[in-house]
Write a protein that binds this ligand. Structure first.
Ligand SMILES: [Mg+2]
Length: 171
């Protein structure tokens, strides 16, 4: 079986620009490429799982969303980083859609399609809904947040991707 890292997109890999609709708005966190490369070298398959309610709200089009992911794919390829698949959930928060985090649909689809063992896999995101989706799908989860870690929680908390890498390597 494979192991995987599931990344939220906005606020996790790239700076959250609130409904970005143009590839020019992509701005990677400084440790994004180095962290993904190290995880890839450790044998993890890499996925992006992103809620995109802006599509349902009419703030961005499916084509604009696709253009952003195509640009990201080119940027990652230049760094020899392979993202297996980009999953997006273009549904309203009120939809409670199975694919929209905190529901685990996007992760479970990847887990089934790519023969992934969730117990060896991780979800990383900057919102508690990311962590919930990770835990519901059986993955270990890390919340990227500036707030102090709650030692009693069933997930990890750290401030950036570099720290998340250390947590994964030490687990
Ligand atoms: Mg986010």
């Amino acid at each position: 079986m494979n192991k995987a890292i599931f990344f939220d997109r906005d606020g996790t890999l790239i700076i959250d620009k609130h409904y970005p609709n143009d590839p020019n708005q992509i701005e990677y966190f400084s440790d994004c490429f180095s962290t993904l490369k190290k995880l890839q070298n450790q044998g993890y398959l890499l996925f992006i799982v992103t809620n995109q309610s802006g599509v349902a709200k009419g703030l961005i089009t499916e084509e604009q969303l696709e253009a952003i992911h195509e640009q990201m794919q080119q940027d990652f390829e230049k760094q020899n980083i392979n993202i297996e698949e980009y999953f997006s959930a273009p549904y309203l928060p009120t939809s409670n859609h199975y694919y929209r985090k905190p529901n685990p649909g996007m992760l479970l689809e990847a887990i089934n399609t790519y023969n992934i063992n969730p117990a060896q896999s991780w979800m990383l995101g900057d919102k508690i809904s990311d962590v919930e989706a990770g835990l519901k799908s059986g993955c270990k989860s890390i919340l990227l947040s500036q707030t102090t870690s709650d030692k009693t929680s069933n997930y990890h908390t750290c401030k950036d991707l570099s720290e998340a890498l250390k947590i994964i390597e030490q687990a």
